[in-house]
Design a binder for this molecule. Structure first.
Ligand code: AMP
Length: 201
């Protein structure tokens, strides 16, 4: 099986080739067609399975399809919530590599560093926000980020986010999103709490 079967933008297939991916992993084989169809998704996947590309590829495709060459200030359309700054950096790196031939812009938001560069990027306009929940909620409460245009939400490593006590900021962020959106939740385990969160989405 090759990546050609997913009907992804040729510019994405070029980046897949640049990355040296030849065969989609099992989670990619299952998830990419569903996300392309616009379905919500509950994914059971751990790090190392290729789950990041399983959501990054179809999301980049859809962002590009909606607006192939976005210019100037704009509100973000995709939000990826992750538990830690390390994971945020890894996810951002994959979006950067796979989106290398597209014009979609992203910002990485996490705590423990000066908010200034994050605020500057948000002001200049981004398409994709990759964030840890606490710092993003700070920006939302300061009205520094507009989440009213979010069409795609990803909760990555949702079980870890709940273990780290992020349920309240996550719920507050979700409450600020439009109801008309596609939601993807990835988790290694499916506790009652995760199922409840998923049901709420
Ligand atoms: P992840 O599970 O998303 O953290 O990905 C684990 C690693 O696998 C990352 O370094 C990816 O670049 C790589 N990867 C993702 N998809 C593929 C693929 N289809 N073929 C080879 N490597 C991949």
């Amino acid at each position: 099986m090759s990546f050609d079967i997913f009907n992804l933008d040729p510019l994405l297939l070029r980046a897949v080739k640049d990355a040296g991916y030849e065969t989609p992993t099992p989670i990619q084989q299952r998830a990419i067609p569903l996300v392309m169809q616009g379905r919500d998704l509950l994914g059971a996947a751990q790090t190392g399975t290729g789950k990041t590309a399983a959501f990054a590829l179809p999301l980049l495709h859809k962002l590009q399809e909606q607006q192939s060459a976005p210019r100037g200030p704009r509100a973000p359309r995709a939000l990826v919530l992750v538990p830690t700054r390390e994971l945020a950096a890894q996810v951002a790196e994959q979006f950067r590599a796979l989106g290398a031939h597209l014009a979609q812009r992203g910002v990485l938001i996490f705590g423990g560093v000066s908010p200034k560069p994050q605020l500057d990027a948000l002001r200049q306009g981004v398409d994709i926000v990759i964030a840890t929940p606490g710092r993003l909620l700070d920006h939302l409460q300061a009205r520094a980020v507009d989440l009213s245009g979010i069409k795609f939400l990803v909760l990555d490593e949702a079980d870890r986010m709940l273990d780290m006590g992020f349920i309240r900021p996550i719920r507050r962020l979700i409450a600020a999103l439009p109801k008309d959106r596609q939601s993807l939740l990835f988790s290694a385990t499916f506790s009652t709490e995760i199922r409840e969160l998923a049901r709420g989405l």
